[in-house]
Write a protein that binds this ligand. Sequence first.
Ligand SMILES: Nc1ncnc2c1ncn2[C@@H]1O[C@H](COP(=O)(O)OP(=O)(O)OP(=O)(O)O)[C@@H](O)[C@H]1O
Ligand SMILES: CC(=O)N[C@H]1[C@@H]2OC[C@@H](O2)[C@@H](O)[C@@H]1O[C@H](C)C(=O)O
Length: 370
Amino acid sequence: MRSLEQGSLTAIGVISGTSMDGIDVSVVTSDGRDAVSFGAGASYPYRDSTRRDLQALIADADRASAEPLVELEAAVTADHLAAIERFIADHGLDKAAIDLVGLHGQTVYHRPQRRFTRQMIDGPAVAAALGIPTIDRFRYADVAAGGEGAPFAPLYHRALAQGMEQPVMVLNLGGVGNVTYIDGEAVVAFDTGPASAILDDFVLRRLGRPYDADGALAAGGKVHDDLVSGFMANPFFDRPAPKSLDRNDFHRRAQVVEPLSDADGAATLAAFTIESLVAALRHVPRVPRRWLVGGGGRLNRHFMARLAQRLGVPVEPVEAAGWDGDALEAQTFAYLAIRSVKGLPLSLPGTTGVPEPLTGGRLNRPDQAR
Ligand SMILES: Nc1ncnc2c1ncn2[C@@H]1O[C@H](COP(=O)(O)OP(=O)(O)OP(=O)(O)O)[C@@H](O)[C@H]1O
Ligand SMILES: CC(=O)N[C@H]1[C@@H]2OC[C@@H](O2)[C@@H](O)[C@@H]1O[C@H](C)C(=O)O
């Protein structure tokens, strides 16, 4: 096996986000610093039974935090393994050329204030099955040291943003929104508020659809400004960075749109997300000249147009900078796996609030006794 400590490495990165819409896989070659190149990305669904069991679990915080959940972890791990095997086959990769696999796993519980976070995945089992070392438990050391345990994408964003006009804001519009502000070596990152999750849940309840395609429903509705002001009165938005959220943190508050029509409810929830993003400007040193947007929410034309209007600077999908928006999070955990084996920090005081720059991740070698 090649030494993992020195030179450039090639890693596969794997993550399933909070919306559980698929297991994302991508591949990165990097020295763990600013030299980065990435290959294709792909997404593979969970088996229906795995997704159903995970959704039930996430709705039950007591079980998610305390129970061993051996069977479910085995199912999640099997689905991840199948996704990696398919990715390798679909893209004609040579297994022998893959030095590492970075496994984020499925977040089922995240309470940094209790110094506890849980990403379900059996890293040693994946290492043994593939014959490739894996890294898992990326967020554990950070949370144990008093960090927020998220976001972890910022150091990868900084590596990609080298040479670009700055300050630049990278926004991930997933279930939850999170931003990375980059100005040279300076990085500030935090979760902004709910993003797609509240609108997704509303559209599912009202219309049985998984999301508001293109933001068409929201675009046709009337925003109820009084409700938006009510949302924005939440002290979360004034809290300085770092700060992080759980997918369901704003669910109860989002229910105030229940009396509204489908279109007005969607428009009002979308406006809440937009205002929570504008509020991010309160917590960065200089006004970003450009926003680059990743995550599925960049496909919501209503979000993108309204945000550009409110910010008065270009708001573009990350593809405008030559990045791959669908694969960015998977690439992040490939890049961080490489940093992990090199002992480099995965998080900083400005990204998760950890007291000192901190490395992390657990290395699982295929030949390791289990
Ligand atoms: N064509 C589209 N129009 C509008 N919204 C879309 C479209 N495609 C995807 N989305 C939104 O993107 C969401 C999925 O985004 P993404 O895959 O980035 O989330 P995630 O990675 O699961 O979340 P997180 O980043 O919080 O873990 C969908 O739930 C939906 O709201
Ligand atoms: C605990 C956890 O899994 N958090 C995710 C989630 O999805 C988006 C947002 O909430 C972000 O904080 C994080 O993921 C990205 C990849 C991150 O750590 O940068």
